[in-house]
Design a protein around this ligand. Structure first.
Ligand code: DC
Length: 232
């Protein structure tokens, strides 16, 4: 673990944003980095997944922005950082496994296009990260949730490689394949082209193409940037 000391002798607690498309390696890098720094790792996508699950359970259309917003307002969505990723609680019920299933994955991508839904999510995500000491991963963390984040990483990779990694990750987690390659491409397209907060790197993000980089190499680059920040 490494840290720097600020003028009042307290370790500085940074806000670190890790954005990028599915399968680029965000979760692994974010959780390894958080562990090294003694920070909390939050998977913001799990919040969209929890809302999509609630919409399925309450029979609310993924296209009905206002109904989804009201549903979100009446819900409790909690993320509990864990070694293997976040534990997800929806209205106090553990839905960690359920939110990784295919129907929820598709739903999360669809509910996340709505500005009102995003507004609700962003305000909760800001609240979760406001004290720093956090690595938050998602699609809009460096652009919208924490535009002043101390460190911003945008992790990308070739689509074929991302598809393979996603499948591998699902196998390791013992999950049912949540998605096919074609579905992954559809979701990617929706995330990148939606009108509100499309997936794109912040202008001041370090953009890393991890196609031919090992996990350790990516982590070293990111740690280098964090270290620089802690020394300034
Ligand atoms: O990271 P993930 O696969 O769990 O994300 C699920 C969906 O949520 C994804 O299709 C895009 C959306 N999402 C988003 O729009 N903004 C975020 N900060 C995180 C996820």
């Amino acid at each position: 673990m490494f840290f720097a000391v600020s003028s009042d002798s307290q370790p500085r607690k940074l806000i670190i944003a890790v954005d990028g498309p599915a399968g680029a390696g965000k979760s692994t890098i974010a959780s390894r980095l958080a562990r090294k720094l003694g920070y909390i790792n939050l998977e913001s996508g799990a919040m969209y997944r929890a809302l999509a699950l609630k919409a399925i359970e309450w029979d609310v259309s993924f296209d009905d922005e206002l109904a989804l917003f009201k549903l979100a307002e009446g819900s409790s969505i909690q993320l509990q950082p864990n070694l293997g990723g976040n534990r997800v609680l929806l209205d106090k019920k553990d839905v960690t496994q359920r939110v990784r299933e295919r129907d929820v994955t598709e739903g999360a991508s669809r509910v996340s296009v709505h500005p009102k839904v995003r507004q609700w999510m962003v305000s909760h995500q800001r609240e979760l990260g406001k004290d720093g000491g956090i690595v938050m991963e998602g699609r809009d963390i460096g652009t919208k949730v924490f535009p002043d984040a101390d460190v911003k990483i945008f992790l990308d990779a070739d689509p074929v490689v991302r598809e393979q990694r996603r499948m591998q990750q699902q196998k390791l987690r013992g999950e049912v394949a949540e998605t096919s390659a074609a579905e992954l491409r559809d979701r990617d397209h929706r995330d990148r082209t939606r009108a509100t907060s499309p997936l794109e790197p912040a202008s001041d993000a370090l953009v890393l193409d991890s196609t031919s980089m090992s996990e350790d190499e990516v982590l070293r680059r990111v740690e280098g940037l964090v270290q620089q920040k802690l020394e300034t």
